[in-house]
Structures are given as structure tokens and as C-alpha cells.
Design a protein around this ligand. Structure first.
Ligand SMILES: *Cc1c(COP(=O)(O)O)cnc(C)c1O
Length: 379
């Protein structure tokens, strides 16, 4: 069994995919071929924003946003404590200070009341200026934007929606990556919409920001490529990845998001039936849709989680611990102590979470096998 079966997806899409890849190979237009612009237009339309700017990966997408807002030394950026490293790395890279905020144990996303506490503390300390909230749509579920937007408005902060795992998610029909002042995503192969290498995209409704980010990703270009008006990056999405994404995006829209939701529902039902309240299943608030980057359960404690994971492995069932370590404990960040708050939620999650195999092509048989193996080993 595969954790996320990308080969199976390829087999289904093979004819179209092979043609797309060979078309690019035969075109000679390997950089900035027509596929890139076409894809950007399709993505912007789907997300429901004016501008989509493709780039080299999801980390660059976040970093370009930091650069566009001129985040620098003395700026505080609020980041969930429970996320992938990039969400905070880009803040430090820009010279700002990431302030790690506890998450909600049910949704895995940033906890609005902990966020307010962190903002208030930074303000009362007076050493840093609060600038941005990085809201991560973890495991496919959009963050609590109703609350986050109120907080951002109250304190005059921007929202950067890290939708690397959230692309395809929704709140009341509105798509992920449209909630932030800037939204970003990643096309790393295992993300909800992935390519066959690295890729990323940035979304915004703001014309001026869009122009600036377009410039930053091409060496800070001005009116043309050899007129450089700012220090930028070289951050492109290759033609071949864009062509691959066009094929995958069609499947994503037509059935993959629906099918992965069916798989999650099947897990929910089987777990409830066979395991009752022995494990906590993912919580999806009313009106929200997840794109299920992960299906993450919680066990009662670390020993139970660790021994279950080994037992599953012995039966050939892959599972992952996303994430074993809170951001505030990562050695790379040198802000220990001073801006540490209550990290109870994150600490507990790091010890108890386990992500199970899920993807749009998983069979009911596979889901049965996983849940039966859990049932057997928790007894
Ligand atoms: C994967 C991921 C990123 C980074 O994306 P890359 O394309 O790998 O650079 C950023 N944030 C989160 C939450 C992610 O899961």
C-alpha cells in the first residue's frame, strides 16, 4: 500500500500526461512556454482571484510575499507552532521574527485566542512591530478566516494564507488561497495538486502587489527583463511542470477532490463503527471542505501512537507523523523563551497525531485494511 499513490494517478492519466510532456519536449519552449500563462489563468479563475503568479516552489511563494511586504528586522510575523518548517523559515530569511502561536487541537489550525494573546504580548513589549499573520491551511482544511480577519482588521495586520496543503479546500463555497491578502500554494508532488518536481503559485486581488511579486520572481525586473529595479529571485515554474499541472488540474476539478472526500468519509464511518472514541478523527467545521492533504488521527498518548505506527509498518501499511516537533523547539529559530506562550495544544499533537494513507485513488478495500489493522493493534 502507498501513502499517497502517485503512480496510480499517472496510470489513470497516462495518455494525456505523456502527450503533454512530449508536446513541451517538442516545442523548444522550456521556459515561459504558453502552458505557464494558461495554467495561471485557470488557477486564478478556480480560486476566484484576479492574479495568479506561478513560481519555483511553495517556499519561494511565501518568501516572495515576505519580500513584497518588505518584512525586515524588527517585524513580528505570527506563525502556527504546528506546521511545516517553511511557514516560519521564510520570516527569518526575510529578517523578521516568527512568533509561534498555539493551534486548535480539533482543527490543527492556528488558534485565534492564542493569536490575540501573542499579538498583545508583542505590542506591550514594544520591541517588535506586528505585521503579518501566516495562516496555514493544515492537512487540507482552511483556517478559521472569520476570526482571523477580525483580528487582522483590529490590529492592522496582513494575512498570508499558506495554502500549500490547502489548495482545493473551501469555506461556504469560497476557495482556499483566496482568504489571505496574499495566498500561496505548493505543487510538490505529494500536495493536493502536485506536479512532477517542484512548483508553486501566489494568489492576490491586489494589482500593485501582483506587479511587484511578478517583478521579484524575475530578478526584480522593471519594464523589461534587463532593466532591474529591485533585488529579486529567479523563481520560475517550468513549462513542463505547467503542462503536467494542466492535466492534473482537470482531474483535480472533475473528480479528485470529490473522491478524496469520499475516502475521508469512509475512514470516518469505519473508525466510528469499529473504534468508537478510542481515536479522534479529523474535525471539519460546518461549511468547510477539506482537500485532505492528510487524514490525521489522534491517539491517546505517545506510546500508543508510536507502537501503533510500528505495528502498521509491520503489516505493510505506511503512516506518517506530521509533525513530530513544534516550531518553537526547532533549533534553527533562536527566539527561545522570550516569545514563548502556552504551547499545550501543539505539544500534545506532536505526541499523538498519526497520518494515514489517503489520496483520490485509494480503494475501500485499502481503507478497510488500514482500519482493521488499527483495530487489531489497539486491543
Ligand atoms: C510543503 C509546504 C510548504 C513548502 O512548499 P515547497 O513547495 O516544498 O517549498 C510550505 N508550507 C506548508 C504548510 C507546506 O506543507
Amino acid at each position: 500500500m502507498q501513502f499517497r499513490d502517485l503512480k496510480k494517478q499517472y496510470e489513470v492519466l497516462k495518455d494525456e500526461m505523456d502527450k503533454a510532456v512530449l508536446d513541451v519536449a517538442g516545442s523548444g519552449k522550456y521556459i515561459n512556454g504558453p502552458w505557464v500563462k494558461e495554467l495561471e489563468t485557470e488557477l486564478a479563475e478556480y480560486v476566484g482571484v484576479k492574479h495568479c503568479i506561478s513560481c519555483a516552489n511553495g517556499t519561494d511563494a511565501l518568501y516572495i510575499a515576505m519580500m513584497a511586504w518588505d518584512i525586515k528586522e524588527g517585524d513580528a510575523v505570527f506563525v502556527p507552532d504546528f506546521t511545516f518548517f517553511s511557514s516560519g523559515e521564510v520570516v527569518s530569511h526575510a529578517g523578521g521574527t516568527p512568533i509561534f502561536v498555539d493551534v486548535d487541537r480539533k482543527t490543527y489550525n492556528i488558534d485565534p485566542s492564542s493569536l490575540v494573546d501573542a499579538i498583545e504580548k508583542v505590542i506591550s513589549d514594544g520591541k517588535l512591530e506586528p505585521k503579518v499573520i501566516v495562516s496555514v491551511d493544515l492537512f487540507g482544511l482552511p483556517a478559521n478566516y472569520d476570526e482571523l480577519q477580525k483580528i487582522a482588521d483590529k490590529y492592522g495586520l496582513k494575512i498570508l494564507e499558506d495554502g500549500a496543503q490547502g489548495f482545493g479546500g473551501e469555506i461556504n463555497g469560497r476557495k482556499a488561497c483566496s482568504f489571505g491578502d496574499i495566498g500561496t500554494t505548493s505543487f510538490f508532488p505529494a500536495k493536493p495538486l502536485g506536479c512532477y518536481g517542484d512548483g508553486g503559485a501566489i494568489f492576490t486581488d491586489d494589482d500593485e502587489l501582483a506587479m511587484k511579486m511578478q517583478s521579484i520572481k524575475v530578478h526584480g525586473k522593471g519594464k523589461m527583463k534587463y532593466d532591474n529595479v529591485r533585488i529579486g529571485l529567479n523563481s520560475r515554474l517550468d513549462s513542463i511542470q505547467a503542462a503536467i499541472l494542466q492535466v492534473k488540474f482537470k482531474a483535480f476539478k472533475e473528480y479528485e477532490v470529490a473522491d478524496v472526500n469520499k475516502a475521508a468519509k469512509k475512514y470516518d464511518e469505519l473508525i466510528k463503527e469499529k473504534l468508537g472514541d478510542k481515536i479522534i478523527i479529523p474535525f471539519i467545521p460546518k461549511g468547510y471542505l477539506s482537500s485532505w492533504a492528510q487524514y490525521t488521527i489522534q491517539l491517546k498518548d505517545k506510546d500508543t501512537r508510536d507502537s501503533l505506527q510500528s505495528a502498521l509498518k509491520e503489516e505493510g501499511i505506511p503512516s506518517m507523523v506530521y509533525y513530530p516537533k513544534p516550531m518553537h523547539n526547532q533549533e534553527a529559530f533562536e527566539i527561545k523563551g522570550e516569545y514563548e506562550f502556552n504551547t499545550e495544544g501543539t505539544d500534545a499533537l506532536c505526541d499523538t497525531v498519526l497520518s494515514l494513507p489517503i489520496h483520490p485513488y485509494i480503494t475501500e478495500d485499502d481503507i478497510n485494511t488500514v482500519v482493521s489493522a488499527i483495530e487489531k493493534n489497539l486491543k
